[in-house]
Write a protein that binds this ligand. Structure first.
Ligand SMILES: NC(=O)c1ccc[n+]([C@@H]2O[C@H](COP(=O)([O-])OP(=O)(O)OC[C@H]3O[C@@H](n4cnc5c(N)ncnc54)[C@H](O)[C@@H]3O)[C@@H](O)[C@H]2O)c1
Ligand SMILES: N[C@H](CO)Cc1c[nH]c[nH+]1
Ligand SMILES: [Zn+2]
Length: 399
């Protein structure tokens, strides 16, 4: 265990540090297609696969033995998330302003590749978090990719969720290599319009590299947690929340910022035998804690403070906030979503939602009764920009 007294200086696991290494993998997959995918799977995952896609017989075989209790748990979360995203889905919108109708029509993205992490542990919950909003958005074709387990299967629970979300194919390949394949296409892997999903730094670096040809959702690398706690916090709960997110690996910074020296000592004592990269920082005030958290812009932010709801409006940057009696681990399994920005990306984006699978198409129609003032404004701006035909085209129907 490492406990640092202070806050993390900068991400030790910066995605940009592996960009040139990952670019070689991406270029190789682009050149050599399926052959490269099979070779990298042997090299990085230590597994021999004879095909990239899981065929229907393999799917049945790999699904065998999946516990009914796990299936029921998946069904329960699937239902909850479906209801949530149906409620949250934006509606088409139209308004008449200044004599014209302006509107937004939401359309689903044609095809999406969902990366489901699986290097160290399988993450069927991640497929629920991406697959459900994609399905609610009515994405036409969903493809799922995840590293193979030791017997060359994809984890059975991931296959089960793939069926619920009507995925077209499941690719048993992980890492940067499958991101490249979904961006450029190979003999087997379909080129998609957008790639979403979390994963280690190689996966996230690959997404950054291919984003000139494919849409991406953002950077969702190794899990991060910042807890703000005051003297009212229960050290056992704080320590457990810290140990929970540290289960994702040593790359995950787990930070406690507290106004209580007593709590800091108690928590340090409780976590001292667990594996993780922990930071504990004592501050003078809650305001100071909030300022640091906003600067860190963490993935998960957890508030172990009195009347937590009162400070919600002071939080500007966080992927997800858990407060009151809710632990971050509950967000991981029931949502609203655990696919969250890391590496300070919560400064500019939040959780994955149904919006990631939709595009707003702007619509203007029926300008017959447009206000003269608005018409002139458009004409004037067109002429100012030196676009005379734009100006003529705008006014010709109104002379
Ligand atoms: N931010 C989020 O929203 C979020 C959500 C869930 C999980 N996560 C994170 O996802 C991560 C999952 O990581 P993981 O590694 O277990 O699974 P992973 O599926 O992301 O990565 C495994 C793949 O990485 C590739 N790889 C491994 N070592 C390599 C190397 N040296 N060079 C090139 N490629 C290599 C392999 O192909 C392997 O299949 C964890 O850090 C977890 O915290 C983040
Ligand atoms: N905490 C992870 C997001 O950083 C999500 C997760 C999935 N399963 C367990 N945890
Ligand atoms: Zn987690």
């Amino acid at each position: 265990m490492t406990v640092v007294h202070g806050i993390p200086k900068q991400s030790q696991y910066d995605v940009s540090s592996v960009l040139s290494y990952v670019r070689q993998i991406v270029d190789d997959v682009r050149r050599r297609g399926d052959t490269a995918l099979i070779e990298y799977t042997k090299k990085f995952d230590g597994v021999d696969i004879d095909s990239v896609e899981l065929g229907s017989d393999a799917k049945i075989k790999c699904l065998e033995g999946l516990d009914n209790e796990v299936k029921n748990a998946i069904d329960t979360v699937y239902e909850l998330l479906t209801k949530f995203y149906e409620e949250f889905k934006p509606r088409d919108f139209q308004v008449e302003l200044g004599g014209v109708k302006l509107g937004i029509m939401w359309k689903p993205i044609g095809s999406v590749g969902i990366y489901v992490p699986g290097g160290r542990k399988p993450y069927p919950s991640t497929l629920l978090m991406a697959g459900v909003p994609a399905q609610v958005a009515k994405v036409h074709r969903i493809y799922v990719a995840s590293p193979p387990n030791k017997i060359g299967c994809v984890d059975p629970a991931i296959i089960y969720v793939s069926q619920l979300i009507n995925a077209q194919s499941i690719y048993r390949v992980g890492g940067a290599q499958i991101i490249a394949a979904m961006a450029y296409g190979t003999e087997t892997v379909k080129k998609v319009d957008k790639i979403v999903g979390p994963g280690n730094i190689y996966v996230q670096a690959a997404k950054i590299i291919v984003r000139d040809v494919v849409g991406i959702d953002g950077v969702e690398g190794p899990t991060e947690l910042v807890i703000i706690a005051d003297e009212s916090a229960d050290p056992n709960q704080v320590a457990l929340d810290m140990m929970a997110q540290s289960e994702h690996g040593l790359e995950s910074p787990i930070v406690l910022i507290t106004t209580s020296q007593k709590l800091a000592l108690a928590v340090e004592n409780l976590i001292k035998d667990s594996k993780g990269t922990f930071y504990i920082h004592v501050v003078e005030s809650l305001e100071e804690a909030l300022a640091i958290a906003n600067e860190l812009a963490p993935e998960h932010l957890s508030l172990h403070i009195n009347e937590a709801y009162k400070v919600l409006s002071s939080i500007d940057n966080a992927g997800a906030i858990s407060a009151g009696t809710s632990p971050p681990a509950l967000i991981d399994y029931i949502g609203p979503n655990h696919i969250l920005p890391t590496n300070r990306w919560s400064r500019v984006r939040g959780a994955l939602t149904v919006y990631d699978f939709l595009k707003p198409i702007a619509i203007l129609f029926d300008d017959k009764n447009i206000d003269k003032k608005i018409l002139r404004a458009a004409e004037t701006l067109a002429r100012y920009e030196g676009f005379d035909f734009h100006a003529k085209s705008i006014v010709m129907r109104h002379v």
